[in-house]
Design a protein. Structure first.
Ligand code: URA
Ligand code: ZN
Length: 361
């Protein structure tokens, strides 16, 4: 059974050029007072504190597709489903968005074509453009050979994923059979990290801000009835759904005990959180622990979980380490969580992705 990595990012050359041309976040630049630090990628809203204002080093592993293939070969990954990394095109002025999306998507499609059978992709949407442009790009992505869905952040058209104006977008995705890979970027407001945030590097925004952002975004979709109106919409949640598998019962219970919602009859015919998690939601296995992975498996079924690495983020910090710790931790979480059940482990490592994303040919 092949090993398939469905959570793995790239900034194609056209997107790198865009980042290099910018002077406000997100951008790539050198810092003249520290030339040995080389090019730095600064993307996160939380990257304005002393310990992380200079982002991270950005080398060819972020943009050179040969490096992706080398990473795959070292780790025996047969197929990768690559996606543009955050913050996608969210920051673009409306007028530029549609054309940039086409350019970036064509760039990614070309990369996939260079390695037949090894690369597929999730496309990017011009979400700051009018919804009709977004729908057009979805239709176009549906015609590209290697595209299997779209990657999206949590901001939607500007006011989140519970915005009714997104319904035509969700419907276009449903109609063309493309899934949404929902991925965080914005985290939580910096104020929650407190006045000593700069002592803690990127840990609070990445370990907690990211998963909570995802959890809140999906819960808003659930509460606003997206999955009732677009019942066949498929969403793949990054980082095993943030904290959704752990909190689904609490969300359901809060709905059941909300007198205001009951009086307004708003939730009367809603599908339950559990049913949406089983029928509409896939979870990646990028959670670094068998404890959380077991909760994800219990929630969406082992046939709804797919292996990922988050490459090229979380590289080894020591020079000369060939196997990445982040890869090993996620791989071992799967083998530990599924114990003796080699068949299920193989499905999570690749079989599920082959089936769900139609990768065989
Ligand atoms: N940091 C990011 O900004 N994105 C990821 O996907 C992982 C870490
Ligand atoms: Zn990621």
């Amino acid at each position: 059974m092949p090993i398939v990595d469905i959570h793995t990012h790239v900034y194609p050359p056209s997107f790198m050029a865009l980042l290099r041309s910018r002077t406000s976040v997100p951008y790539v630049r050198e810092f003249p007072d520290n030339p040995s630090a080389g090019s730095r990628l600064v993307i996160l809203p939380a990257e304005d504190t002393a310990s992380n204002s200079r982002g991270r080093p950005v080398g060819p592993e972020y943009y050179d597709i040969k490096e992706k293939i080398a990473f795959m070969d070292i780790h025996k990954i047969d197929i990768s489903v690559i996606s543009l990394a955050n913050p996608w095109l969210d920051f673009l002025p409306s007028k530029q968005a549609a054309e940039t999306a086409r350019r970036v998507n064509d760039d990614v499609e070309r990369m996939c074509g260079e390695y037949p059978g090894r690369l597929y992709a999730f496309g990017t949407l011009p979400l700051s453009a009018p919804a009709t442009d977004v729908e057009e790009e979805i239709e176009r992505l549906g015609t590209l050979k290697h595209m299997r869905g779209v990657i999206m952040g949590t901001s939607g058209l500007g006011s989140g994923l519970d915005d009714p104006a997104l319904d035509p977008v969700y419907e276009a995705l449903e109609k063309t059979g493309q899934l949404v890979f929902l991925h965080p970027h914005y985290g939580l407001p910096n104020s929650v990290y407190g006045p000593r945030a700069s002592n803690y590097g990127h840990v609070l925004p990445l370990a907690l801000g990211f998963p909570l952002e995802t959890t809140i975004a999906v819960t808003r979709m659930l509460l606003s009835g997206v999955f009732d109106r677009v019942p066949k919409l498929k969403v793949l949640l990054a980082h095993s759904g943030g904290t959704l598998p752990f909190l689904a019962g609490r969300i359901e219970s809060c709905v059941a005990h909300d007198a205001h919602l009951k009086k307004e009859g708003k939730m009367a015919n809603h599908r339950s959180v559990w049913s949406v998690l089983k029928e509409n939601i896939y979870l990646d296995a990028v959670i670094y622990s068998h404890v959380a992975l077991k909760a994800a498996i219990d929630t969406s079924g082992s046939d709804g979980i797919m292996f990922g690495t988050d490459h090229p983020f979380f590289p080894p910090l020591e020079e000369g380490e060939k196997e990445w710790l982040s890869f090993r931790t996620n791989y071992q979480a799967i083998t530990t969580a599924l114990g003796e059940d080699q068949k299920q482990a193989d499905m999570v490592l690749g079989g599920n992705a082959m089936k769900i994303l139609g990768l065989a040919g």
